[in-house]
Design a protein around this ligand. Structure first.
Ligand SMILES: Cc1cc2nc3c(=O)[nH]c(=O)nc-3n(C[C@H](O)[C@H](O)[C@H](O)COP(=O)(O)OP(=O)(O)OC[C@H]3O[C@@H](n4cnc5c(N)ncnc54)[C@H](O)[C@@H]3O)c2cc1C
Length: 427
């Protein structure tokens, strides 16, 4: 057994310094709690991502005062949707709570800026240390063993609470008994960087008609997100949870998409900057339970990605903030049952939306329904304007009614298609 050289004590340990962990650490430190952020890698570190920030993410960065730290962020005003022979530029909507802008920024820079904001607010930051749970005899987490990734030394860190923010694979969360519901939406995505003269464009682009090598329409989209520095982030994402799409090869999807994208964005598809890399996108808060007696799961570790569009950064910031609030309550009152407010707030904030998201994913896993839904929407600017608000979770309270109505009719359509024997049942 390796020796523990050192024991430290804190109010809270946050495991992982991505968007969710850095936000949790920021909000805890801002409230005056003694928090340590334990991160396996040394920053700046790359993270496989589309690098796209929507207005929800921008709002959180503004609230943390972290935007100044991302000087090279490329600002854009909306999305260009392409598909079924049409192209539509759709500006971000006006919303009472969110700005009408987004940014494209490399994660190496973005994640460093937010972690530094947490440190400036008073958090300690231990980089290059991989955390594993420490538990008492009842299995309750009491802290972590942090192993120095380069030197191999181990430190015991004890804390009253632990926030688990270790990303999509979340070994830490799984060790504490969390599980992903396998029938719920899971995305797979692959992206790379290319040099393009159009890198300064003020629009991100999504190709909603993505086809596999046999010409079949795939539930997902291809994207080109301009970074404003001579490069574009190009990738494909697909919803891989239904049987029809399990095992779909994202490399060949990307290859197919690149032919079109390279022509439009004037880059050489054969000359990426480094090999494209991919990852999993656990969606719809599919990981449960998100709360233990002394810990909470946030961000991708909780499966927090939006099933409508594959966006996870904003939900990392938001769930990190909600968890910080609940942990702060537990610390202030000395009553750990305050942690139970976290899953309640998650349900209040995302429950209905993510339930619709699961329906939506079931629906578009059905090729015919996907074709009808996207093909129809792309013929109408007002439908696409509404769809963008829905997909990016920028609805106003008055939109919820029409959104529900539209969903019922889509669900009805998918039932009908199934009964007519045009595809597998969706439910
Ligand atoms: C190809 C692809 C494209 C995407 N595109 C977008 C996009 O354009 N916009 C968007 O909003 N979202 C996008 N996402 C989703 C987004 O990347 C994630 O939702 C987001 O990174 C989640 O943040 P997180 O903090 O929960 O986890 P992560 O960002 O994964 O951070 C987890 C951190 O924990 C650290 N860690 C892991 N284990 C340990 C341990 N044991 N001890 C200490 N540290 C540990 C890791 O090193 C890492 O720094 C994309 C995902 C993929 C795969």
């Amino acid at each position: 057994m390796a020796e523990h050289h050192d024991v430290q004590h804190h109010d809270v340990i946050v495991v992982g310094a991505g968007p969710s962990g850095a936000a949790a650490a920021f909000w805890l430190a801002r409230s005056g709690w003694d928090v340590v952020l334990v991160e396996k890698k040394r920053f700046p570190r790359a993270k496989t991502c589309g690098d796209g920030l929507t207005p929800r993410a921008v709002r959180q960065l503004e609230d943390m005062g972290a935007l100044a730290g991302v000087a090279s962020a490329h600002r854009y005003g909306g999305m260009r949707a392409i598909g079924f022979g049409r192209t539509m530029e759709l500006a971000w909507p006006h919303h009472p709570s969110f700005p009408s802008i987004g940014y494209v920024v490399r994660r190496s820079e973005l994640d460093l800026a937010v972690a530094e904001a947490a440190v400036a607010a008073g958090a300690s930051w231990r980089q290059g240390s991989s955390a594993a749970p420490l538990r008492d005899s009842r299995g309750t987490v009491t802290g972590v063993v942090a192993t120095d990734v380069e030197q191999g030394g181990r430190t015991e860190i004890l804390a009253r609470y632990v926030v688990v923010a270790d990303g999509a694979n979340s070994r830490f969360g799984r060790a504490l008994g969390a599980e992903r519901t396998r029938t719920w939406p899971l995305g797979m995505a692959l992206r790379g960087y290319w040099r393009s003269d159009r890198s300064g464009e003020p629009w991100i682009e999504s190709q909603l008609e993505l086809r596999d090598q046999t010409g079949r329409l795939v539930p997902g989209y291809g994207w080109v997100f301009p970074l404003g520095d001579g490069r574009v982030n190009v990738g494909v994402g697909l919803l891989a949870s239904s049987d029809t799409w399990k095992g779909t090869n994202t490399s060949s999807l990307l290859e197919g998409f690149l032919a079109d994208a390279a022509r439009r964005w004037q880059f050489d598809a054969a000359a990426p900057e480094g090999e494209p890399t991919g990852g999993k996108l656990p969606m719809g808060l599919s990981v449960r339970p998100v709360q233990g007696s002394r810990h909470l799961l946030v961000g991708d570790a909780a499966g927090g990605i939006n099933p409508f569009n594959g966006e996870g950064i904003a939900y990392g910031y938001e769930t990190g903030r909600l968890a910080a609030w609940a942990v702060g309550e537990a610390l202030a009152t000395g009553d750990s049952t305050a942690l139970a407010e976290y899953p309640r707030r998650l349900d209040r904030l995302y429950g209905t939306y993510y339930r619709f998201g699961r329906e939506f994913v079931r629906l578009i896993g059905h090729p015919k329904a996907l074709e009808v839904a996207v093909g129809t929407a792309m013929r109408s600017r007002s439908m696409m304007t509404w769809a963008v608000r829905l997909m990016a979770n920028l609805m106003r309270p008055e939109d919820t009614g029409p959104a529900e109505g539209a969903f019922r009719s889509l669900a009805g359509l998918s039932d009908l298609l199934s009964r007519e024997g045009q595809g597998p049942p969706l439910a």
